[in-house]
Design a binder for this molecule. Structure first.
Ligand code: FES
Length: 128
């Protein structure tokens, strides 16, 4: 067991007030390992640049082994919206961030499942 108490770490990560939690597969065969790794690395970097990590209303990205779609990957799902995306390359994840998570408009051509509408989030600068 880690030294930090889970409730303290949860508070530090603002888990109770995240705008979105994005899960990206990184263990199966829907894309190459470098493609999966680069997607997550690029997305996390972008989240930091946009000031969307570790804050109220922020965005968290977590890798999972496989999201069971196993084709056209990397696959990503944005919670709590429940919208699933194919081809989650760094460029497309950036689009998903700006258009969907920040702007509130689902990226239709990448969406493979889930509602057609999303919520938006206000950034620190107040822009959408
Ligand atoms: S490995 Fe990506 S969904 Fe299965």
């Amino acid at each position: 067991m880690g030294k930090k108490k889970p409730d303290r770490k949860a508070k530090e990560l603002h888990l109770g007030s995240l705008r979105a939690h994005v899960l990206v597969c990184s263990g199966g065969n829907c894309a190459t390992k470098p493609e999966q790794k680069n997607a997550v690395k690029g997305f996390r970097k972008r989240l930091k640049e946009r000031g969307l990590t570790k804050r109220k209303g922020g965005v968290m990205c977590t890798t999972v082994n496989c999201l069971q779609v196993c084709g056209g990957g990397p696959i990503a799902v944005v919670w709590p919206d429940g919208i699933w995306y194919r081809d989650a390359t760094p460029e497309n994840l950036d689009r998903i961030l700006e258009q969907h998570i920040v702007g509130g408009k689902v990226v239709g051509e990448l969406r493979i499942a889930g509602p057609k509408k999303a919520r938006g989030v206000r950034t620190k600068s107040g822009s959408r």
